[in-house]
Write a protein that binds this ligand. Sequence first.
Ligand code: SF4
Length: 394
Amino acid sequence: MSATTESAAEPTSEPAAAETAVPQAAKKTPAKLVFAAPRRGKPPRHLADLTAAERREAVVELGEKPFRADQLSRHYFARLADDPAEMTDLPAAIRERLTAELLPPLLTSVRELACDDGRTLKNVWKAFDGVLFESVLMRYPDRTTMCVSSQAGCGMNCPFCATGQAGLTRNLSTAEIVEQVAAGARALARGRVPGGPGRVSNIVFMGMGEPLANYKAVLGAVRRITDPAPGGLGISQRSVTVSTVGLVPAIEKLAAEDLSVRLAVSLHAPDDELRDDLVPINNRWKVAEVLDAAWAYASRSGRRVSIEYALIKDVNDQAWRADLLGRLLRGHLVHVNLIPLNPTPGSKWTASRPQDEKEFVRRLEAHGVPVTVRDTRGREIDGACGQLAAATED
Ligand code: SF4
């Protein structure tokens, strides 16, 4: 049965393998995974790459007293200063040397796109070596969420995802990730986002890239983002979500860090047969292994795991798959985010019919699994999940 001709009507039991609605194009997609980022030049060292102790050491190496590191940190993390001229408590000569060495400009905005009356802002950033990546700020009445990229491109090759199709260019550094948040925080603090001056309250690592494939830099960024000001941005760990397609050893490593950040697993299919195609990493770690690692993370962190599930018409939105997902998840510390698939140019993958989406929700709820259909903020500017491909042209 082809994906486009299968009836939406009510399969209640699992069909035979030959009947599953996987488009042939997906079957043919080579499951090529890239874990090791191509070797490229490193971004310049930045204050946000360093721990508090390393910042003091760096300042001493530059011939200054350690307390200068704390002054610089206060300017960067607490005051969100990006102009050395504002750092008037540092004598001019010292200021020039320290900012040149420890606060080099890392990101240049090459494009800013707004929608939702200016409350959703996507930035395309260019790094020192010309690579492009994106962040999205989403302001809601009760919170402002920054969605940040962890890699330029992505090596996980999910066939429905614009970023995955472009491949992996390189890992971002800790400071390149933190700078995306700092830039959003500056825009809010300076009243550039409608709704008056505000603060970033939530961070989701759901932009370009597989965060756990760039583990060290992402962990450093989580620490800089959540360390109390003025040593860090002072955002609560509970307000940070790190997503993954299911790199099991890295999930286990993250659990051992004893953080209280939320883990989000991009599952997208409850059965290995379909997930092997939709999320090629599944050829390495199967659904059961990924969920076992997720439950271990939940019990160690005390946080509910988010299961991300992009609903794709006639591919993964059948009633029997909702039931299978419900059976896998019930009784666990979990919440499901259903994501109406965002259309990407030239892709035949499309969002589920409203009645199929409703039935999927109903069946999950019948299994006692909490579920939300995610807001598709940013869709008009290609800023929603799976759409970040860092184009600079329309
Ligand atoms: S869905 Fe996520 S993991 Fe998969 S290719 Fe896209 S960015 Fe990478």
